[in-house]
Each structure stands twice: as structure tokens, then as C-alpha cells.
Design a protein around this ligand. Structure first.
Ligand code: TRP
Ligand code: SF4
Length: 491
């Protein structure tokens, strides 16, 4: 069956594994060891999937530039669901990302019919104050889409590369969909690509932390990143199954291609619209591995990865490498070669006034369920906790929440509770308990029937009270310091 992901209705996604197969989202688990001090949501598998996050992990490890980007539609109250996203933005910012936050007032205008004034009020009063209170640093950029010339111009340009059939395939748009709604989709793609504009230092990995419902936007934007770029670096295969790198530049100026050819060390073939790098390039970075490469005497295509890896490395340092090491070294060299090539391509692109966008990476987090079970819904105040709820009221909501406990204490002692179906446990897992050990202990006690729901509710209610009280004080502080932040408003 086809899983439809619709960002404008909150259809519940109960089988996340479908996303892996159908949309090419990768499981996050395998990546964990590559991330320096992973975020709580990563450790706890709240973040379950990603696209291309490897490049972000690498940038964090080696200190290369990268960005985190996210947007919020100013639609109503800021709540714990938004806090999840904000926490991730702030974490990436702390890990070295330049941060971009868009207030999607174009979306709220076109989808909800809100006035610009209303968008601005909600944007500042709800989202921006909480974002800052949670720890967003002033060096990040916050902007209203309607005030950001970059984003609006880029959205228009992106629009020339999308047609209605694509939009209806991705979003189910029909003859009734209004034009501004479509423009808001292009605007969101522009939000995501903006960090890679020259003004912000050019092409770099960008991560967009989202819930799976926002994935259609990412698919659209990733496609557009390729279509908009002056050149595309591709790994291709020749007739013998050999691997080589190719740069395609459909519509790129001939001079740009020639310039590229000049700057790429190694043997390059230039065609009408692309050039192929067909021989082992000889780069100084290889010295970093203690490897010396003799200029290959004859034609040496990369055949299959492993074979080439061994052959390639055999020529350099014959016997001391194991097969595994050879493969590993080859992979590294290939990756670095590609990276350097991408850098050269980006340089030339910039000189010729084109775009060089790297398709954005993303992470996907589980949604919290409503406090009464089912979905969180903005029209049911008891189903969610707003960051502006009176702390006492917030604590009461926790006490009224649905748990995974049994009807009677006796039963619970005998059978244990179900933390995975418990919204109080979820609150602790997503927000209230930073200590993994403590959380695991509670889980254990619950399952084994030694813990009663009353004590969880008591603990969670107290923590919720404290959190809300503290957060709201910080919001007031943020209000006083708003002018220290870079915020672009509608003129
Ligand atoms: N569509 C998002 C929402 O409904 C808001 C949004 C706008 C966004 N631009 C974005 C999300 C860029 C991620 C990245 O809340
Ligand atoms: Fe939830 Fe705690 Fe009750 Fe277990 S004991 S079901 S974790 S409230």
C-alpha cells in the first residue's frame, strides 16, 4: 500500500519502517557511532531516520562548515512538539552549525488565510521567544519569509524548474489548489537552499530536522538542488564496469567547462556538455595517508571498487595492507577525490555566477502522541502542553494524562505497565528526564510491576511545572534581548 505523507493534514504514521522502503529514508541507528556526543533524541531513537546525514556527522567531526535550517508555520500556540524541533536546531548550532530559522508566514497566509500582521504576532510572541528562551544563539538568522528577499527571489527561480504535474504527484495538488499555496512550496524549498548561497559562504551540507510529514518538501528540494546547479558531479560506470567521476553541466557556459578542465589534476575528457575524469588523479592529500602515488603509466580505469582499491594500493604500498585496509584506503581516496572535485566545481560555478547546491540532508523524528492518547491536536487543548501554559495548568494536564498502566493497582503489580503506550512516559522520554539511566530504570520498574502510575505522574508533573516556570522566565528575558538577534521582518 502506498503511504501518503501529507504535510497539511496530520494523518498518523504508525509504521515508520514503510518510510525506509518507500522513500529511501535510511535508519539512523547505523550512524550513531559516527556522531560526537549524540543528542538525546538520537540516543533514545526518537530520531529514527535520515537522508544523507553522514555528511553532517563528518562536518561536525572535522569542523567543516555546515548549517541547520528549519521553518515554523505561525499557525497557533507553540507547544512541546515545536520544542522538539527547536532543541535539535539549537543542538546543531552548539555543534558548530550556522543556524537558519524561517517563520513560514507565506505558508500561513496561503494555507490558513492569516494576515501578515497576525503571522508576525504569532511568529514573535509564540515561536521566536521560545526559540531564544531554549538557547538559540544570536549568531543564527531568524527571518519571516515575507521579509527575506533572498528567499523570495530564489523561490521564483526555483519555480521555473517545477511544474504542476510534479507538484500534484508530490503533494496531491489539484485544480482547486490556489497559486499562493504553490508559491509557498517553492518558498520552503528556497528556505532550505538559502544557507548555500554565496552570501552565506556557498555550498555546504545543510540538515533539516523534521517530522516525517515534512518529507515531501525535502524530496522536492533535493530534486531542485540538482536541477538548479550549474554542474552535477556523478559517479558513473564505463563499459567494463569501471567507476569514474563525471561532471555534467547541462546548459553551463562552455568556458566554464573549459575552466574546470584546466583546474582538475589527472586526466580529463571534455565533451559537449560534460567532462569525465578517467584516470587516477594525483592529489597531494594522499600524502596524508602516507601514500605516494606514481603517476599511472598507462590507462587505468577504476574497475570495480574493491579490485581497483587493491590494484591501486598495491602499486603504492604493496604487502603491508590487508585486503580490508586496501578497500578502506580506496574508499577514503575515492571520497576525498570526489570532495575535492566538488570544491573545484563550486569555485568555478561561483566564478560563472551559477548555483552549486548540495542536496539537503534531513533527520526524522517520531511524533509525540496526544496526552489523552491519539493525536496531538491544536483544537483539543488537553491533548498538548503549550510552552506558554500556566505551569500549574501544565502540571495538571500531566496528572490527567493517559498512562499505560492497568485499571487496578493489583493488576498492575501482577502484569506490569506499558511504557510504550504511556503518554507520561513519553513526556519523560522526549522532554523531562535528561538522564538515560533514570529513564531506563523507570521503564524497568514499570514493566515489572513495581512502579505505579501515581509516582510517574507526580515526578513528571513536578518536572513539567519547573520546566514551564523556568521557560517562561527565559521568554521574558528573551523579549528584553530581542534586538540583539538578527531577525528579518516584513517591511
Ligand atoms: N512547512 C513547515 C510547517 O508546516 C514550515 C517550514 C517552512 C519549514 N519552511 C521550512 C520546515 C523549511 C522545514 C524547513 O511547519
Ligand atoms: Fe506510565 Fe509510569 Fe504508569 Fe508505567 S508506571 S504506565 S511509565 S505512568
Amino acid at each position: 500500500m502506498h503511504t501518503k505523507l501529507d504535510p497539511w493534514s496530520s494523518s498518523e504514521i504508525n509504521d515508520y519502517s514503510k518510510l525506509f522502503e518507500e522513500f529511501g529514508i535510511s535508519p539512523f541507528d547505523n550512524l550513531l557511532p559516527e556522531i560526537p556526543s549524540p543528542h538525546m533524541y538520537m540516543r533514545r531513537r526518537v530520531i529514527f531516520g535520515h537522508r544523507d546525514y553522514e555528511q553532517i556527522a563528518e562536518a561536525m567531526r572535522i569542523g567543516a562548515p555546515f548549517s541547520v535550517m528549519d521553518g515554523f508555520m505561525p499557525s497557533g500556540k507553540v507547544h512541546l512538539g515545536h520544542k522538539m524541533v527547536m532543541d535539535q536546531i539549537i543542538w546543531h548550532q552548539e555543534m558548530g552549525a550556522s543556524a537558519f530559522v524561517g517563520i513560514a508566514d507565506r505558508e500561513a497566509f496561503s494555507v490558513r488565510g492569516f494576515s501578515w500582521q497576525k503571522c508576525r504576532e504569532i511568529g514573535v510572541e509564540e515561536y521566536i521567544l521560545s526559540l531564544i528562551a531554549l538557547g538559540f544563539k544570536p549568531d543564527g538568522l531568524i527571518y519571516f519569509q515575507s521579509g527575506c528577499e533572498n528567499v523570495k527571489d530564489l523561490a521564483f527561480e526555483l519555480g521555473a524548474r517545477v511544474n504542476f504535474s510534479e507538484l500534484s504527484a508530490i503533494y496531491g495538488f489539484s485544480g482547486e489548489t490556489n497559486l499562493s499555496h504553490m508559491i509557498s512550496v517553492a518558498t520552503q524549498a528556497a528556505d532550505i537552499l538559502q544557507p548555500q548561497l554565496e552570501e552565506f559562504g556557498g555550498p555546504k551540507p545543510v540538515v533539516v530536522p523534521v517530522g516525517p510529514d515534512q518529507d515531501p518538501h525535502l524530496r522536492l528540494t533535493r530534486g531542485l538542488a540538482g536541477k538548479m546547479s550549474m554542474f552535477r558531479v556523478e559517479e558513473r560506470e564505463n563499459a567494463n564496469g569501471g567507476k569514474y567521476l563525471s561532471v555534467r553541466g547541462k546548459g553551463a557556459p562552455k568556458e566554464a567547462l573549459q575552466e574546470l578542465k584546466k583546474r582538475i589534476p589527472g586526466k580529463v575528457k571534455l565533451y559537449e556538455e560534460h567532462l569525465d575524469i578517467i584516470e587516477t588523479p594525483n592529489y597531494p592529500f594522499l600524502e596524508r595517508f602516507g601514500l605516494q602515488i606514481n603517476q599511472p603509466e598507462k590507462k587505468k580505469y577504476f574497475t570495480t571498487e574493491i579490485e581497483v582499491g587493491s590494484k591501486f594500493v598495491n602499486e603504492i604500498k604493496p604487502p603491508e595492507f590487508s585486503e580490508y585496509e586496501k578497500y578502506f584506503v580506496f574508499k577514503k581516496i575515492w571520497k576525498l577525490t570526489r570532495k575535492i572535485l566538488e570544491e573545484i566545481v563550486a569555485e568555478v560555478t561561483a566564478e560563472f555566477g551559477g548555483y552549486a547546491f548540495i542536496p539537503p540532508a534531513s533527520t526524522y523524528h517520531r511524533f509525540m502522541s496526544g496526552l489523552q492518547g491519539g493525536k496531538m491536536s491544536s483544537s483539543v487543548p488537553d491533548s498538548y502542553i503549550a510552552l506558554t501554559d500556566d505551569p500549574k495548568e501544565g502540571a495538571k494536564k500531566v496528572k490527567r494524562a493517559k498512562t499505560g498502566g492497568c485499571v487496578t493497582l493489583e493488576e498492575q503489580k501482577k502484569l506490569g505497565g506499558k511504557p510504550d503506550e504511556c503518554s507520561v512516559f513519553e513526556l519523560m522520554l522526549f522532554h523531562l528526564l535528561g538522564d538515560d539511566e533514570e529513564l531506563l530504570e523507570i521503564r524497568q520498574e514499570c514493566v515489572s510491576g513495581t512502579r505505579m502510575c501515581g509516582s510517574c505522574k507526580q515526578l513528571a508533573a513536578e518536572k513539567m511545572y519547573e520546566f514551564l516556570k523556568d521557560h517562561q522566565e527565559k521568554r521574558e528575558l528573551a523579549r528584553e534581548h530581542l534586538d540583539e538577534y538578527k531577525i528579518i521582518y516584513k517591511k
